[in-house]
Design a protein around this ligand. Structure first.
Ligand code: 16G
Ligand code: ZN
Length: 530
């Protein structure tokens, strides 16, 4: 690495003085105009990480569901996973170094992480459709090339597609081909195989309306559609030609406002879903015949998937362990249904995909979803091997082999590297078709407890610290007692507070037996936070 060249180049991507940013839950995220230096430096860091792991590293330029003016960047580790926590710290140090210290910080990181600077480095880059993304990804490339790394720029990609590319490249193509065609082929083949017996002849019952949040999902779903000769009929809305990214639409908007996005025409009982701005989240919803809006969030998605997988496991008769991972935001009804009715073990982790993903890796089949619609299913190598063997076993009775074949296709249909709106959508559509379930029947699995989320602005959100997967406040003293006392006043109630990992606010969540109670509990808890 030519450190002098790096210093020279770095001055062309100068850090605004005084600006301090943190590698948060999903990388760096702020107004796009403040990010040029971060992008350049993440190019440098990706090269170091690639040298250290002797693998391809990914860099994704996106700010997901944030407003169009924002942007962000995150690094993807060799198996398509989120960047390791110790490297998040390196990322923060490097992003905040003053110009004259960049060289020193780079050497510092190399030393601490035992990076062999002689190693080759390879980085792949993807970006979302924000107006600022192209230029910012160019700054990432600048950082990569000046530090002697090689790269492949995929251009426009969904976040989960980039995770997929990294995973494919580091497993010598075993997971799939590291191209968008490879991704579409893998998913569409699995979907078509899986749903072979399911589809009725008329197209009407299969219609799905998709709100693409005016983002990358629109482009990629349109490409994907070409790979289906039959089956699913998808109609796209909010494709970005007129509307603004994430504005009054998208999964985050629908989930947090509990209402439909603008720009989609919904008839009663029609199945609709929304992606977020980088297509790693999905939320379903519909209007019933009386005009009531029904939201089907990540918890209900996890429930549908879990019950389907559990049935298939029973049929193949293998003792593979299954676990569902949620966060504190999971609706109490979903947890109760999973544990008491379905008898599957449920675990709770801190908010943020990396925590859920990590926990889900402990099981043969780990199902994880955040209530906001981000999630996937992970299959252990053992589970995958057993399932593949059974699918091939000629001597097996038909029913068993069929179940094993279905599981085999399900493994291919899920993105094993990250939650993926396109892949999750295909899984859900396949399950609904195979089970002959309408969206109302799916919705009726259990009734969500009414809930409310509030944001509270405080002087310093870090005075609040939590434990027990963010369900209990440790500091400030007295806060948890106050919450406990408030919760006692309501039926079927639960509440917690936590500092946001993406915004300078504290989040409050409350649920109770009625909307009125949930609203009032959330309000009272937010007063206790001051
Ligand atoms: C990020 C996380 C998401 C989490 C959210 C919480 C990833 C890829 N994304 O968007 O999973 O739910 O942050 O935000 O991990 P908060 O800390 O502001 O509530
Ligand atoms: Zn996202």
């Amino acid at each position: 690495m030519d450190l002098d060249a790096i210093t020279k180049h770095s001055a062309l991507h100068a850090k605004p003085s005084g600006l301090i940013l943190q590698y948060g839950t999903a990388g760096f995220r702020t107004k796009a105009e403040h990010l040029d230096h971060v992008m350049f430096r993440m190019g440098l860091l990706a090269v170091l990480r690639s040298k250290q792991t002797k693998s391809t590293i990914g860099v994704m330029v996106t700010a997901s569901h944030n407003p169009e003016e924002d942007n962000g960047v995150k690094l993807v580790d060799p198996l398509g996973e989120m960047l390791a926590p110790s490297w998040e710290e390196h990322a923060t140090c490097l992003a905040n170094a003053e110009e004259q210290d960049v060289q020193r910080v780079l050497l510092d990181i190399s030393e601490k992480a035992a990076v062999d600077l002689q190693q080759d480095a390879f980085v792949v880059i993807g970006r979302d459709t924000r107006p600022s993304s192209e230029k910012l990804s160019q700054s990432v490339i600048d950082g990569i090339t000046v530090s002697g790394g090689q790269f492949h720029d995929y251009g426009l990609l969904t976040t989960p597609q980039l995770h997929y590319m990294v995973y494919c490249r580091n497993t010598q193509g075993q997971y799939g081909k590291a191209t968008t065609e490879g991704y579409y082929q893998k998913l569409s083949k699995a979907f078509v195989e899986l749903t072979k017996q399911a589809f009725c002849s008329g197209d009407e019952c299969l219609l799905l309306k998709v709100d693409c949040a005016n983002g990358i999902g629109a482009l990629k779903l349109r490409e994907m559609k070409n790979y289906f000769s039959r089956g699913l009929s998808i109609q796209l809305f909010n494709v970005g030609t007129t509307g603004k990214l994430n504005h009054l639409c998208g999964a985050d908007f629908v989930k947090s406002h509990q209402k439909p996005p603008q720009g989609i025409e919904m008839k009663p009982n029609e199945r609709c879903c929304s992606f977020d701005g980088d297509a790693d989240r999905i939320i379903y919803y519909y209007y019933d015949a009386d005009g009531h809006f029904h939201l089907i969030d990540g918890d209900k998605i996890a429930t549908l998937i879990s019950s389907f997988l559990k049935e298939l496991l029973l049929e193949i008769g293998e003792s593979l362990n299954i676990g569902v991972v949620q966060t504190a935001y999971a609706n109490g009804s979903s947890t109760r249904y999973l544990e008491e009715v379905m008898k599957v073990p449920v675990y709770c982790t801190k908010t943020g995909v990396k925590h859920l993903h990590h926990k889900a890796q402990e099981f043969d089949i780990g199902i994880y979803f955040e209530a906001n619609g981000h999630g996937t299913v992970l299959f252990s190598k053992t589970a995958e091997m057993k399932i593949k063997q059974l699918a091939l076993a000629e001597e097996l009775e038909d029913k068993k082999r069929k179940a094993a074949k279905m599981l085999e296709n399900i493994i291919d249909l899920f993105n094993q590297a990250a939650g993926d709106a396109i892949s999750d959508m295909l899984v859900i559509e396949a399950i609904l078709a195979l089970k002959g379930l309408t969206i109302q029947q799916w919705d009726a699995l259990y009734t969500d407890l009414p809930n409310r989320q509030l944001k509270v602005k405080v002087a310093d959100r870090q005075v609040i610290s939590t434990t027990d997967a963010e369900r209990k406040a440790v500091t400030p003293p007295g806060l948890q007692e106050a919450i406990d006392n408030l919760v006692k006043k309501y039926k079927l109630s639960r509440a917690f507070v936590r500092p946001s990992g993406t915004e300078d606010i504290v989040r409050v969540y409350a649920e109770a037996d009625s909307q009125e109670s949930a609203d009032s509990l959330a309000h009272e808890v937010s007063l206790a936070v001051f």
